[in-house]
Design a protein around this ligand. Sequence first.
Ligand code: PRP
Length: 212
Amino acid sequence: MGQMLQIALPKGRLGEKVFKMFAAAGFDCPEALEDTRKLIFENAEAGVCFFWVKPSDVAIYVERGAADVGVVGKDILMEYKPELFELLDLEVGKCRLAVAGKKGFYDSTEHTLRVATKFPSITMEYYGKKCRDIDIIKLNGSIELAPILGLSDVILDIVETGKTLLENDLEPFETVAEVSARLVANRSAFQFKNKEIQRLLEGLKAQVEAKR
Ligand code: PRP
């Protein structure tokens, strides 16, 4: 039997969807979806151990080798540029990073643009390329409030269905990047557990193709 694979999955709806892909690819652990507060689930027979991790922390677990592989949003990879291998676009959790603001907002470019965001590094890079002078207001959630309350001119945030923008009388102006969930691997685990990771990769690729 091969070595045990330690897998970090994002807690929540996306994680559950992704877990089902792992299970269908033969990396199952029936108890993992039970309604408990447990965070670690092991299936020695299938050679897997799953951890449920806060989505924005998955990359840290994988980068530091606490997990061999994990699933993380492309937005997090773009923001933190962790040192790991990005192996596969799982084509789920599809959304986009967009600039949005109050309906009819016009950027006159005479003033510094105030941008509220959870993604300061992506924001800096995006406006840096445009040579636009900005003031970044780093928030941790409910970003849409910022332009409504006059805290910022625009936001750079995740748009999935567009419902949050719509219901708050905001509109998207520009798409910064398309985002989806990615399979990532720790760099040394990719060498030392290569056989197991390749098997997982092939299994997940088949799942992605089957869903197209
Ligand atoms: C994200 C994002 C938007 C919302 C977009 O927030 O920051 O607020 O989802 O989704 P929609 O286009 O389908 O409406 P999240 O739910 O992660 O909560 P947060 O406000 O705490 O960041």
